[in-house]
Design a binder for this molecule. Structure first.
Ligand code: SAM
Ligand code: SF4
Length: 437
């Protein structure tokens, strides 16, 4: 367990611990009516090597007590104090993710669904299904409870790469059967595929996987280059090329079809390329199938005016070092983000980011005010001010410390006046990135 205690220590260093009441007060202040709810299953039947999120390895037969403690005791206790927060808003989506939600027994699923606030009236409901860990009865139950979309984590159809990655495999036939069973129950079905899980024949495998995916007939496919390789531009380009020249391009369209001639830098920021079956209108995809996309990343990409996005509230965690269950409380004037951490069966909350319009301007004025000490810049030099990008890495919740605004200087040439001013700036703002000078 010491591994996880270290993680919690790190959270204590970089985030601000908060009591439940502070979190409830932040919800109370928020006047955004739109809400997404996320319910986490932290366990996995095997831990896949490639996985960025990594659930906690778990054997239901041997670890029944742990399972019961999580689903019958911890999770209801974590959710209950927030019932009013949920009931008083319009729930746009309930999302069951993981880890592996399809590890839940029928009884657990049913008890959970009956317990969740505003569950019957939630507009859309989504469930992640592991293709080797599911039963028809589970799918029947999802249909009965009004789920409208299942996401099947295929990752690859290739048994060898799955074996190398310590992932339980299902045959292509079994996956086709799962997809058609879900669709037969009136739900949409999406699939996940990853390009380049490891170095052995990645291109060949992905080309085959794309063909299999066409046969499976998914409504939506989320295609991702292994997150570990997102900085490799040549792979990003190849990834796009392979998809656009595959048979999938005949049957599905890209959600960003209107964007042409993308630079590789832009492609890299997309992280995931999602395609939708031709014939499904883009509005249906956005409103009915993938409602949750705007709220699924840990940490918003930008501070500021995203009040038109819904807030999201997440529940459940158990010693997950990689994936934190996060919540984002937002309206037009503020953003408050926190994670739920469970080490000792009491939910703990850490505030990971706070932004308030009013404070943003205070911050800005404070930074600019320091410049009074050294006077205006000489000719040839400009002081720039911009709204700071708030996450270093999309997959990470760790943000830039310090100011929410970004002050910088640029100069067109060097001369003694400019050099002298740079020296003064260095004294005033030693924390700026001066390495290059
Ligand atoms: C939280 S995981 C849950 C998936 C579910 N447990 C399963 O195995 O089917 C959600 C998705 O993240 C994606 N993912 C995980 N690790 C990744 C990585 N290193 N690179 C790209 N995508 C990744 C996978 O496609 C996966 O389906
Ligand atoms: S891919 Fe799914 S099953 Fe594998 S470790 Fe990640 S969350 Fe667990």
């Amino acid at each position: 367990m010491s591994g996880y205690s270290d993680t919690v220590k790190r959270f204590e260093e970089i985030y601000r611990p908060a009591g439940r009441q502070e979190v409830l007060d932040a919800w109370e202040r928020c006047n955004n009516d739109n809400l997404h709810v996320y319910v986490h299953t932290p366990f996995c039947a095997s831990v896949c090597k490639f996985c960025y999120y990594k659930g906690v390895e778990f054997n239901k037969e041997k670890e029944g007590e742990l399972y019961a403690k999580y689903f019958d005791d911890y999770l209801p206790r974590a959710i209950e104090p927030f019932s009013e927060v949920i009931d008083s808003r319009s729930v746009r989506n309930y999302f069951f993710g993981g880890g592996t939600p399809s590890l839940m027994s029928l009884d657990t699923m049913e008890t959970l669904f009956q317990r969740l606030p505003s569950f019957p009236s939630a507009e859309t409901k989504t469930f992640e299904v592991h293709p080797a860990v599911w039963s028809k009865e589970q799918i029947d139950l999802l249909a009965e409870y009004g789920f409208n979309c299942c996401i099947v984590g295929v990752q690859s159809y290739d048994p060898d790469v799955l074996k190398r990655q310590n992932r339980l495999a299902a045959s292509p036939e079994k996956i086709h059967e799962l997809v058609s069973y879900i669709r037969g129950k009136g739900m949409y079905v999406a699939g996940d595929l990853i390009y380049y899980m490891d170095r052995i024949n990645p291109d060949e495998i992905f080309e085959r996987d794309l063909r299999h995916a066409v046969d499976s007939d998914f409504d939506v496919l989320s295609l991702q280059l292994n997150y570990d390789l997102l900085s490799a531009d040549h792979l990003t380009d190849k990834f796009f090329q392979m998809i656009l020249s595959s048979p999938l391009a005949q049957t599905h369209y890209w959600e960003n079809d209107d964007k042409k001639d993308l630079t590789v830098a832009f492609k890299r920021t997309l992280k995931c390329l999602r395609v939708v079956r031709k014939g499904i209108p883009i509005e249906d995809y956005r409103e009915k199938i993938f409602r949750f996309v705007q709220t699924m990343d840990e940490g918003s990409k930008h501070a500021g005016n995203l009040g038109h996005y819904p807030s999201s509230i997440g529940f459940g965690s158990y010693r997950n070092s990689r994936k934190n269950t996060f919540s984002t409380i937002r309206d037009r004037k503020s953003l408050f983000e926190y994670i739920e951490v469970n080490d000792e069966w009491e939910p703990r909350y850490f505030v990971t980011y706070e932004w308030q319009e009013a404070l943003f301007f205070e911050d800005t004025v404070r930074e600019l005010d320091k410049l009074r000490e050294i006077g205006p810049p000489p000719r040839g030099m400009k002081i720039c001010f911009e709204n700071k990008l708030t996450v270093k890495n999309e997959n990470h919740i760790i943000r830039e410390p310090g100011s929410q605004s970004n002050l910088s200087v640029v100069w067109d040439y060097r001369n003694p006046d400019i050099d002298a001013y740079i020296q003064k700036l260095k004294r005033l703002f030693p924390h700026w990135n001066w390495k290059k000078f």
